[in-house]
Write a protein that binds this ligand. Structure first.
Ligand code: GLU
Length: 357
């Protein structure tokens, strides 16, 4: 790495199942091998790499002869339980061929929601990296119920990148990146705004969930956490090493630039780590106060939705429905309902517990 070019030392690579698994041909081990060889090169060059891989449900469906994605959650969980073994068997043997150890790490939303579990997950991942092990993460599909599922590994990979303060998140799928209206790759996205979101479109594949819009949502989590994010086609060989060398080189991918003044570690946990338990609507005065880094007081709260306890993370929206912030509340929804808008000012969320979105 020469000159002032930033070094991308800690890299999270998300590998989508659509890359190496199809309904007609099953597991494409050759493609998975070429991806693992690139990961190996990065590790040999001194980088720390975490893989977030889908494929448990797709591989389980193939093994169980299910020809369309089951609707019921128990069937998806059963397919995942069967497929996760097959997925890890492949990563294990491919990485062993390169004399690397790998570790299976299965995570759920709940592991991010509780601060202690969040920090435990972080410490384990960082220790694995120190030991030169390649963690292979997937959602723990067999125990995640509908409300607590990440649902797609784009989200999971971005939260992992935020958790370990990665330098770079590479989301690989079978498309070249974000395309503009003329189907040309958008090379650099300085800021994720409405126009960027409108370029994304949903997927229709049978074995995977996601699509470009979920990738953009994931990229948003990454850039708000200070992580550069690349969306690229994993079928282009050599691309992972190229993008990891210099994501801003203008290669065949879309790079999302990190936000200036991104959120500090604890605020990232509030913003992206935990699942909000409710929502409050605030007035314009309170919105301005929050944007000026002040605490949220009861007087500015217009309405309260959902049932939450003191200490839960909630969403804060303005009257137009725009999400302004997330924060850890100092009162329950029942208490807040009684004091909202009232004359007596009570601190509802301390400014240190607020993450502006
Ligand atoms: N955790 C799911 C699996 O391994 C994947 C979800 C996704 O496709 O992103 O099958």
């Amino acid at each position: 790495m020469k000159g002032s070019k930033k070094a991308y030392n800690r890299i999270v690579i998300k590998i989508g199942s659509s890359l190496f698994c199809s309904e007609s041909d099953g597991l494409n081990r050759g493609l998975l091998k070429s991806l693992v060889l690139e990961v190996n090169k990065l590790v040999d060059s001194g980088k720390e790499v975490i893989i977030v891989s889908s494929g448990a449900i797709a591989l389980g469906m193939l093994r169980l002869g299910m020809d369309c994605r089951p609707k019921g959650l128990p069937f998806l969980q059963a397919a995942a339980a069967v497929g996760q073994n097959i997925l890890m068997e492949n990563y294990l043997s491919l990485l062993e061929e390169q004399k690397k150890n790998c570790a299976q790490v299965l995570l759920t939303w709940e592991d991010f929601t509780g601060r202690t579990r969040y920090l435990n997950a972080k410490n384990t991942l960082l220790t694995l990296l120190k030991l030169g092990v390649v963690p292979v993460i997937n959602e723990n599909d067999t125990v995640s119920t509908d409300e607590i599922r990440f649902g797609d590994n784009d989200q999971l990979s971005a939260r992992v990148a935020s958790l370990v303060s990665a330098d770079l998140l590479v989301i690989l799928s079978d498309v070249d990146g974000l395309l503009d209206k003329d189907k040309r790759i958008v090379r650099v996205v300085p800021q994720i705004n409405l126009q960027v979101k409108q370029l994304a479109c949903p997927t229709t594949r049978k074995t995977c969930v996601g699509g470009m819009i979920t990738k953009i949502d994931a990229a948003k989590i990454a850039v708000d956490s200070g992580v550069v994010c690349v969306i690229a086609n994993g079928k282009n060989s050599g691309l992972i090493c190229e993008a990891a060398g210099d994501p801003l080189s203008g290669g065949l991918w879309t790079v999302f630039l990190p936000k200036q003044g991104y959120l500090a570690e604890r605020k990232r946990w509030i913003a992206f780590g935990s699942k909000p338990r409710g929502k409050i609507i605030i007035d314009d005065g309170a919105r301005n106060a929050l944007q000026n880094k002040k605490s949220l007081l009861s007087v500015g709260v217009v309405s309260v939705c959902g049932n939450f306890d003191c200490g839960d993370v909630i969403v804060i929206s303005d009257k137009q429905g725009n999400e302004i912030a997330r924060g850890k509340v100092a009162v329950s929804s029942k208490q807040l309902d009684k004091v909202k808008g009232g004359r007596f000012e009570k601190e509802i969320i301390h400014c240190n517990d607020l993450a502006l979105m």
